[in-house]
Design a protein around this ligand. Sequence first.
Ligand code: GLY
Length: 392
Amino acid sequence: MSEQTLNQAAAKAPEHAELSTSVHSWADGLWERIGQKIERTSRRIGVSCPHASVNGVYDDMRISWWTAGFWPGILWQLSADGKYPELKSIAEQCEERLDEPLHSLAVHHDSGFIWLLSAVANYRITGNERSKERGLMAASQLASRFNLKGRYIRAWHDTASLNRAGWSIIDTMMNLPLLYWASETTKDPRFRHIAAAHAETVLTHFMRPDGSSYHILHFDAETGELLGADAGQGHAENSAWARGSGWTIYGMVLSYQYTGDEAFLIGAKRAAHFFLANLPEDYVPHWDFRAPRNADTPRDTSAGACAACGLIELAGCLPAGEGQMYLEAAVRLVRSMDENYGAWDREDEEGLILSGTSNLPGGVHVDTPLIYGDYFFVEAVSKLRGSERRFW
Ligand code: GLY
């Protein structure tokens, strides 16, 4: 090749991995079907707090449950461009209902899941000042859960018999963006320092050398010393709960995007490699990568959908040549969920995507649509259509 041709090729090479027009048009078609199905479901469930679809019908959980943001999150995803004004109105009413847990301090470390997808989404889209205040209140509560000695964010409150001051869990990776957002919004770096310190603890203690993660770790809340681990929602202490892998991939990418710290990018890649290397033939993960497996072992589409969002973002952080692999893996995942797990043609099913697993050891919602699986699926499809709107 002449130098001129080489220069022309270099000029044309995309900076980041790109999607083909056929992927864009497939995602556009999917977006239409999602909108139709969500509109239909919204007419029945309205302002409520769905967690899982039971026998085809979305339930209504208590408003302080960690999943309370996903329904308004879906509604904001669909209505952000001005379409579906009635969905926007439901999202606003869901946000108002959330003032109750916000003011009663009922919410634990999952305030990111709840208020990023409700109040912060509203603020980002409409500039609503009341929503900004809600987001900042939730961020302050989350920041107050930081344990300085152990450099971790505490997970849940105590129970009558259990002091849980030293418990921290992998899911918190997805709550950190509330803190990063609060620092950007207030121009006060304290929130970001706390989030980054927690993410560093995840790199040091939660992530294993192979890229898998523990679900629950116990620290000594006085000294910060690491004491041990628990299986939590996974099969065993040393197994690899698939949704935990999803939280790690996406959470690490987000920490990298907000801080620019390469260690989080490397963490995201390690988690992604473990996840991708363990996928079955149809690319949709089993609920735990190290649980005993037979033909009936449940999948967890919610883990796949969350991971797909993380993989798309990861691809965007990398040069085109390196990012393409992650982007194509995300497309394979979302395509399989659409073709093999989509509930599009079922009038008797409110969920979008079948075969989520909430908590198999606890016997809670196994092999059924979950609102967070549906949310991350919607977000992934939005990204595959080319949207760069940020919700986390
Ligand atoms: N945050 C709880 C879960 O992933 O099920």
